[in-house]
Ligand binder design. Sequence first.
Ligand SMILES: [Zn+2]
Length: 141
Amino acid sequence: MHELALADAVMKAALQAADDAGIDRIQRLVVKVGELQQIEKDLFEFSLTSVLAAQDPRLSGAKFDVEEEAVRFGCNACGREYGRDDASLGDDAEQAEAIHFIPELSHAFARCPSCGSPDFQIMAGRGITLESLEGSGGGDG
Ligand SMILES: [Zn+2]
């Protein structure tokens, strides 16, 4: 189960971050999921809240927010950063429809809106990041 493995990785990172910050009880976790990351969001949230939260007392009662991170491209030719909506995708309706249903395809079709170069890197919108963590620390450090 892909989502559970990802949730597990997020949780390990969260517990590590909590250790570093001296947090004994995590109250809120914000996780960003890139729109190019192909996951079942409901299953991912379920993995976080129901499966993993039960495994560590620091997480019991924690609130999880899963937010989607929009994809950002960075042009390798001129340095411009642009989003999926800015990307020049041409007039091909079939192609546009394919991208609508499978955002991952924008990777294959995007062109820089400034210079038209297809040579870009993905700056954001891929993978899963632990965005923030709130909690309270105990007294015995
Ligand atoms: Zn460019």
